[in-house]
Design a protein around this ligand. Structure first.
Ligand SMILES: N[C@@H](CCC(=O)N[C@@H](CS)C(=O)NCC(=O)O)C(=O)O
Length: 273
């Protein structure tokens, strides 16, 4: 399994702080950079710009490790709105990879990144080539990003301290009762799509991908990590599913998950204080 080299961002500028990650995130999840004096490895093939407390980022970080891809992580904390970053990625979003073959040199959107890297390196174990099987993985990921994730974001971002999106109650000047009502409604809405992943996409199999976790499984398990911040009562199957995926992927999962879990523990301890 390839170990990701990690470069930390230089001074994160307060003004350039990323939209969806609270300022304390960088501190809470910050890890020391690679050991000084270590033998310089050959230049990694792919550069991954990432933010540690994010489950969108966690998905790609887990996948790159699990697939043993030659890559280096750069902590983009405080840089996503810098002129240099925006010139390459006007959406200012992470995860973002830099890879030579790409027409614009960069690619963002977690699922698109995993699909591209799996295609490029023939990683059929994570992303089957057969059209019908592949379509199910794609369907699960689109359903996650388009339906489940917006509920998860509205339910958890207020507790995570992440800003919500324009037009949402959480983003507005609405009174706290209205905000709390909206948060609760989003939380209640999670159960239905979650059950769809279980009954339809897993359909009795250990993972959406079958015996082995696919990129859709990595995306789903990572997303569910955020629910711990609101003490969401996950159904038994979901807890077992997440544990099975972590067992199967080992450190490849546990390491990036540790950053997300560390951030959640931090915000929870702040809320209690
Ligand atoms: N749908 C995207 C969401 C990406 C996203 O929201 N990234 C956030 C972190 S969770 C980000 O990089 N925000 C920085 C900014 O907006 O400046 C994906 O799955 O990759």
């Amino acid at each position: 399994m390839a170990k990701a080299a990690v470069k930390s961002a230089k001074k994160p500028a307060a003004k350039a702080a990323p939209k969806t990650v609270a300022k304390s995130a960088a501190k809470a999840a910050a890890k020391p950079a690679a050991k000084a004096g270590a033998k310089p490895a050959k230049k990694p093939a792919v550069k991954l710009n990432m933010l540690r407390p994010s489950v969108n980022n966690m998905s790609v970080r887990v996948f790159a490790r699990a697939a043993g891809l030659d890559h280096a992580e750069t902590d983009a904390w405080g840089h996503t709105r810098s002129p240099e970053f925006l010139a390459r990625n006007p959406a200012h979003l992470t995860p973002m990879i830099e890879d030579k073959g790409l027409p614009r040199g960069v690619l963002w959107e977690s699922c698109a990144i995993m699909q591209y890297l799996a295609n490029k390196h023939g990683l059929e174990k994570f992303y089957p080539k057969a059209p019908a099987k592949r379509a199910m993985i794609d369907s699960a990921m689109f359903y996650l990003v388009g339906t489940l994730y917006p509920y998860v974001a509205r339910a958890t971002y207020p507790a995570l301290g992440f800003p919500q999106y324009a037009g949402e109650v959480g983003h507005s000047d609405a009174n706290p009762d209205k905000k709390s009502e909206a948060q609760k409604a989003a939380m209640a809405a999670i159960a239905e799509p979650l059950e769809v992943f279980h009954s339809f996409f897993r359909d009795g199999k250990p993972f959406i991908g079958g015996k082995n976790p696919s990129i859709a499984d990595i995306r789903l398990a990572a997303t569910l990590e955020f629910l711990a911040v609101i003490d969401y009562a996950l159904p038994k199957w979901a807890k077992e599913y997440m544990a099975a995926l972590e067992k199967k992927l080992g450190k490849a999962y546990a390491e990036p998950a540790g950053d997300v879990r560390g951030y959640i523990a931090h915000v929870k301890s702040q809320a209690k204080a």
